[in-house]
Write a protein of this length. Structure first.
Length: 127
């Protein structure tokens, strides 16, 4: 399948990143494959920021890496989101696929939060 993207990769200051394909939000959140319109990026950053704050209350993370892969299916896009979080106690991963990028992003981040919550609860029970 051919992947079609639109827009430009923007860094946090709104400047185009030359040839990297990666975008850093803050110091420990990395986005890869996000070629979106600036208006879409604002919503994506808001969703990620809210979920990262919520996740940070459950687990101390070193880095969150979010990868977007868009594939065209018929006349619409499928958005595949893969999230990988490095913590002191291991790596958490989650993914989600949806026609709506925001639903896919929120779904993957919610799965990640549930994993972190589960790990925290099981650790407390074993102590």
């Amino acid at each position: 399948m051919e992947v079609k993207t639109k827009g430009k990769d923007l860094n946090i200051d709104g400047n185009v990143e030359e040839g990297k394909g990666k975008l850093k939000l803050g110091g420990n959140i990395v986005l890869a494959g996000f070629s979106l319109e600036p208006v879409e990026m604002i919503v994506v950053k808001k969703i990620i920021g809210n979920h990262a704050k919520k996740l940070g209350e459950k687990v101390k993370y070193k880095e969150i890496k979010i990868t977007l892969k868009k594939t065209e299916k018929a006349k619409s896009f499928l958005h595949e989101i893969n999230v990988k979080v490095r913590t002191d106690k291991g790596i958490l991963t989650a993914d989600s696929i949806d026609n709506n990028i925001y639903t896919a992003l929120a779904g993957a981040l919610n799965k990640l939060f549930n994993q972190a919550d589960h790990k925290e609860r099981t650790q407390r029970q074993t102590e």
